[in-house]
Design a protein around this ligand. Structure first.
Ligand code: HEM
Length: 282
């Protein structure tokens, strides 16, 4: 801060310098709410690494919310046959998940001793209880009514997740669009129970195989954007699994699961399954 600013006298600035004097808070603060953000870091121990863990977790939480926003946007544009905007939104999603994966760096190599130094203070808290993450999974087709249970006591959060459970995911919207364009997506797939996880269909595999074999332009670009989202998201799950193995071996999780063996099962699942299996038939 300059001497003038500290003394409270009017501050002169030349045209090519940033403005220094503001009546109240800065416009940056008004837009970003940086003070509020910084106030949200409340570690529960004095371990310096716990602050990294908390900030990384909060950054990831924000990205889960952003990802849900853009996945919904992509789904809604697909429903309006606006494939260009939908594909652009999916491309943004790929970059969000790349950023999510890079965010692991400060905590990816925690040793068990470092993690133990603050682990007990986390109590039963686990990323498993993230409503935003669950919303993302629902939009990616991984539906599960039981995943609403942890959110029963927070009505607004529960209602949002219940809505997402019953609504189409981004892949449902992509298949409905292909059906409108004359591709043979069967009715039982189009009218499936949306509250259940998406299950692979040989007929959908055939649709994608035909699209990829004939290079249909827009549908292939959509298929590739969806495949990129799937690959990066699986990559995040894998990064999480590796960080967990390094930090706690095969101990049970704070959320009550078996830990690594439970995460391994989750990481093996493929998103948008026919986009992977169709490739064997092209
Ligand atoms: C190295 C530190 C971490 C360890 C050791 C760890 C461990 C675990 C374990 C064992 C689970 C299974 C559920 C349980 O019993 O708790 C889990 C789930 C989960 N964790 Fe982490 N975690 C870590 C960091 C993070 C971070 C930074 C995030 C970001 C928000 C996160 C998000 C999640 C999510 C979303 C789930 C649920 C996954 C699913 O439902 O498939 N974790 N974690």
């Amino acid at each position: 801060m300059t001497a003038e600013a500290l003394s409270g006298c009017p501050v002169l600035h030349s045209a090519d310098e940033p403005r220094l004097d503001f009546g109240g808070t800065t416009p940056y603060e008004d837009y970003v709410h940086a003070a509020t953000l910084h106030d949200l870091q409340r570690p529960v121990t004095d371990e310096p690494l716990e602050r990294s863990f908390l900030v990384v977790t909060q950054v990831m939480e924000l990205y889960f919310g952003l990802l849900a926003f853009d996945l919904k946007y992509a789904r809604d544009r697909l429903a309006e046959d606006d494939v260009r905007s939908a594909t652009a939104a999916l491309r943004r999603c790929v970059l969000h998940v790349k950023a999510l994966r890079a965010a692991w760096l400060p905590i990816a190599r925690m040793t068990p001793r470092e993690f133990n130094a603050f682990r007990d203070a986390l109590g039963e808290g686990s990323g498993f209880q993230s409503a935003a993450y669950r919303h993302v999974e629902f939009l990616l087709g991984e539906k599960s009514a039981s995943m609403l249970v942890p959110h029963r006591s927070v009505p607004a959060q529960h209602a949002e997740l219940a809505r997402a459970l019953a609504e189409p995911g981004v892949y449902d919207a992509a298949l409905a669009l292909l059906a409108r364009r004359g591709h043979g997506v069967p009715d039982d797939v189009l009218n499936r129970d949306l509250t259940r996880p998406y299950t692979p269909s040989p007929a959908v595999e055939e649709v994608w195989a035909k699209i990829y074999a004939t290079d249909d332009g827009e549908p292939v670009r959509l298929g590739e954007a969806l495949t990129d989202v799937a690959e990066e998201f699986t990559g995040w799950r894998h990064d999480h699994l590796m960080a967990t193995r390094r930090a706690m071996g095969s101990k049970p999780g704070t959320g009550g699961s078996a830990g690594v063996s439970w995460l391994e099962k989750r990481a093996r699942r493929d998103l948008f399954p026919e986009l992977w299996t169709a490739r064997s038939h092209v």
